[in-house]
Ligand binder design. Structure first.
Ligand code: WT7
Length: 619
């Protein structure tokens, strides 16, 4: 820990020196002339003048090092089919698919939407984009046709990469059919590549759609890895904010790769013989940073699993850990809580002695879940790295370093090297120990978001307006007497459902788009597995009666507008919503009502106190 303190102090005294040293571990085609250009803050330029290819760093480099025959991905399909793919094979397939895109006119800078199941081709599609400088935007396979369309319109993507379907809990998710629905009355998309995965029946539109295997059949497995500017956009990933419209978080190449590669190496203490497994989906930032770019830049061997944790039963993960002798396992607290509920006998069936390090991400981990993870999965032997970071930060920001940081259940502990994290009060003063405040990052870091795609004003407003030149994370936090960071949760109207970010405004705008709904307010309620569950208060248009079916219909409507993850657990019909005198819905009161408590907070601005009384009665 003393070493950490010394290294950390040194790294934040001169972050540019620290990050330049890390960036130099990557393979650059031309080196940079300036490490950081912050003159146009908050628009950062890292490693300006440098030229780099992200795919070359993830693939060619390892093949050139003589590691081409080593397995990069041990893939497990949900139905039980498996594939082992070496670095050489991954490189050939990436090149072949990159050539197929080039043959169909995809160029550097074009946006490509990826909507895939968890198959190796999802990673190949991302790497193929990176290889030719196309900007990928992965849309989680659980999102709906409407979500695809919104992201197509915002990113102006002209190419889509998808599959006929993907396996989830024994069913086929109709990915291509969802893409078709998104493309009804939308003709800006020129190419749709379709991987054959489930062999479910689909429609192909001539001239626009091509099977992956046909498009790559005659393609060469050589595709040059052009060096792109360090600040060339690598991807856009949409995430929920406090309005109804998700934000397109833009990451660029050199800094992002530096941040993910460095954190992967140190946080997971990655060694040559490790078998790593991150259970996230590539549709989220965790999949981008810690399945694709971080591990692959380090030449890690990893497991990739297509399906659900309980298919066919709740021991599926442990069976995979035992079979592949996984050494590093990275998952989310919500999954851990689901395993606890499913029962220890599922764990006891399998030999987990290969594990040496465990990780969590996505939300604060409750100490009970931490203890169970530590004892039951780690047999008391494996450190747990509780990693705090965000879609925006690109890479892990607050985390223990295994072996160095003494652990405490429930805290992500201390900032990573080169990261100047702090907790500030309303006036911008640093909070003392045990004093709650706002989590910020005081100095730029290489894997930081560069902007919100096509909306630089929203970028400035959301992250840089509270404190001059300082990044506002949007989380409330405090430090303890050991300067460990405890994350309390979001300060904005963003929920964390099963470790995924969901804007209450998004759910509300989905609800009011239904013809029966006049007004809606969505709030989070504590949930013992999901962390938070969505509860929606709904007022109906004049003359409409909610009957028995409407709640079900509204849930389905939200599912169709956003995705299953956003469906409210509970829909409560009400005559009126509590509002301030200026007409703002008082979500805080609704939150108190659904959390089972009395309404304690300040109600002096409430327009009509009877509303609260009646909502509590309905409760
Ligand atoms: C939000 C970011 C980072 C990948 C997954 C989620 C919460 C994330 C932790 C943690 C406490 C955490 C924060 C953050 N969060 N990790 N270890 N402890 N809270 O990415 O969707 O961008 O969400 O997740 O509230 O702001 P995301």
């Amino acid at each position: 820990m003393d070493d950490y303190e010394e290294l950390h102090a040194k790294s934040i005294a001169d972050p540019e020196a620290f990050w330049a040293e890390q960036a130099a571990e990557l393979s650059w085609q031309k080196s940079w002339h300036s490490v950081l250009d912050w003159n146009d803050a908050p628009f950062a330029k890292w490693f300006d003048g440098g030229k780099i290819n992200a795919a070359e760093n993830c693939l060619d480099r390892h093949v050139a090092d003589g590691r081409g025959d080593e397995v990069a991905i041990y893939w497990v399909g949900e139905p039980g089919d498996t594939r082992n793919i070496t670095f050489s094979e991954l490189l050939s397939e990436t090149c072949r698919f990159a050539n197929a895109m080039i043959a169909r006119g995809v160029k550097s800078g074009d946006r490509v939407l990826i909507y895939m199941p968890m198959v190796p081709e999802a990673a190949i599609a991302m790497l193929a984009c990176a290889r030719i400088g196309a900007v990928h935007s992965v849309v989680f396979g659980g999102f709906s046709a409407t979500s695809i369309k919104d992201r197509l319109e915002d990113s102006e993507a002209t190419t889509i990469i998808t599959a006929d379907g993907g396996w989830r809990r024994g069913n086929v998710v109709p990915l291509k059919a969802n893409v078709d629905e998104a493309l009804e009355n939308y003709d800006a998309v020129e190419n749709v590549f379709v991987l054959k995965r489930c062999e479910n029946e689909i429609k192909m539109t001539e001239g626009r759609d091509a099977w992956w295997h046909d498009a790559t059949a005659d393609m060469s497995d050589f595709c040059p890895a052009e060096g792109f500017d360090a600040e060339h956009p690598l991807f856009i990933l949409y995430t929920s904010g406090s309005t109804g419209k998700p934000k397109g978080i833009l990451h660029t190449t050199g800094g992002y790769l530096t941040g993910t590669a460095t954190t992967f190496k140190y946080v997971f203490d990655h060694q040559k013989d490790d078998i790593y497994w991150c259970t996230a989906d590539v549709g989220w930032i965790t999949g981008h940073s810690y399945i694709v770019y971080g591990p692959m830049a380090n030449g890690a061997a990893q497991v990739m699993y297509e399906g659900a944790p309980n298919q066919p039963d709740w021991d599926r993960f442990w069976q995979i850990v035992a079979e592949y002798k996984v050494t590093i396992f990275y998952t989310a607290p919500t999954a851990i809580r689901a395993f606890i509920k499913a029962g220890d006998h599922h764990v006891d069936k399998h030999d987990l002695s290969s594990l040496r390090l465990l990780g969590t991400v996505g939300e604060p981990i409750n100490p009970e879940a931490w203890m169970w993870y530590h004892e039951k999965i780690g047999a008391g032997r494996c450190p747990i790295v509780d990693t705090w970071w965000q879609t925006e930060t690109g890479a892990i920001m607050i985390t223990p370093l295994p072996g160095a940081t003494p652990l405490k259940p429930g805290t992500a502990t201390r900032p990573f090297l080169g990261i100047d994290a702090a907790i500030l009060d309303e006036t911008g003063e640093e909070c003392g120990p045990n004093e709650g405040g706002k989590l910020v990052i005081r100095k730029p870091w290489p894997s930081m978001l560069r902007t919100i795609y096509k909306d630089p004003e929203r970028f400035k407003e959301t992250y840089w307006n509270e404190y001059e030149g300082i990044y506002l994370a949007g989380d409330g936090a405090r430090t303890d007497d050991d300067s460990y960071f405890w994350i309390v949760g979001r300060l904005d109207d963003v929920l964390n459902v099963s470790g995924h970010r969901l804007g209450t405004a998004e759910v509300e705008s989905a609800l009011v788009s239904h013809e029966a709904v006049a007004e809606a307010a969505a709030v989070g309620r504590p949930h013992d597995i999901k962390g938070q569950a969505v509860v929606a208060f709904v007022t109906l248009k004049e003359g409409i009666d909610h009957g028995d079916e409407l709640a079900l219909e509204l849930r389905q409507h939200v599912g169709a507008e956003i995705g299953a993850i956003a469906k409210p657990d509970d829909i409560r019909f009400t005559q009126t919503l509590p509002k301030t005198r200026s007409g703002k819905i008082m979500r805080r009161l609704l939150k108190e009502i659904v959390s089972g408590g009395e309404v304690k907070g300040d109600t002096t601005t409430l327009e009509d106190f009877n509303v609260v009384a009646s909502l509590q009665k309905e409760d």
